[in-house]
Design a protein around this ligand. Structure first.
Ligand SMILES: Cc1cc2nc3c(=O)[nH]c(=O)nc-3n(C[C@H](O)[C@H](O)[C@H](O)COP(=O)(O)O)c2cc1C
Length: 194
């Protein structure tokens, strides 16, 4: 029997990311574990809500550019750190080694196996949060996490999965089944019945 927990958000685990922007001429990063994906065609858009009190918001709004990097398990300490302290009173520009991409104000993290550069498309003023929607301009991935066909192998990225209920980072488990494929057996069985 299920227990009604009230309006608890149970949509976890979610992917832990590092969002970066340039604020007052300096790169600033924060941990963001609530990123939405919109669109599967081109262009691709990402969305996330940042509390208006955060320092990073200023840089995204000013330059209309930001980065979204995916840290691996080896970066859990730095990831958590930039999610604990604010650029308002702590310089976080030296926490990561950076590399340059196509955009001038989307700082990219060398240690992250995957990094995306984004152009701000829209900002929604939503209660306590700024909801940012950005178009992905370029994606950089380490050769070591790529399959022969150039696609990203999530098992090699070893992302940090965030769970609000346990307030812990988790690792990725094993593959279960091929997507848009394993359900075909039930489709065929149900069509057979019809
Ligand atoms: C795992 C994790 C996930 C987080 N996800 C979000 C998020 O989705 N939205 C948000 O506004 N803050 C989130 N935070 C909090 C910010 O990362 C944190 O307040 C940060 O210190 C703000 O930095 P800034 O003021 O330099 O921008 C998260 C923190 C952690 C540790």
């Amino acid at each position: 029997m299920k227990r009604n927990l009230g309006p608890v958000n149970a949509l976890y685990p979610s992917l832990t990311t590092l969002v970066g922007a340039v604020v007052d001429g300096r790169a600033n990063f924060l941990a963001v574990a609530h990123v939405g994906i919109m669109n599967h065609g081109q262009p691709q858009y990402l969305s996330f809500g940042l509390n208006k009190a955060h320092h990073t918001n200023q840089g995204i709004i000013e330059h209309r550019e930001f980065s979204v990097c995916i840290p691996g398990e080896d970066m859990v300490v730095q990831t958590d750190y930039v999610g604990l302290v604010s650029g308002k009173n702590t310089d976080k520009s030296q926490v990561f080694e950076l590399f340059g991409g196509e955009l001038a104000h989307a700082p990219l993290i060398k240690g992250c196996p995957v990094c995306m550069e984004c152009r701000l498309s829209q900002v929604l003023d939503f209660k306590t949060h700024d909801v940012f929607i950005g178009e992905i301009a370029a994606t950089h991935a380490e050769e070591s996490v790529l399959r022969a066909d150039g696609s990203i192998d999530i098992a090699r990225v070893r992302p940090l999965l965030f769970d609000m209920a346990s307030v812990r980072y988790w690792s990725l488990g094993a593959e279960v089944a091929p997507c848009w494929s394993v359900g075909k057996q039930l489709k065929a069985a149900r069509q057979g019945k019809a």
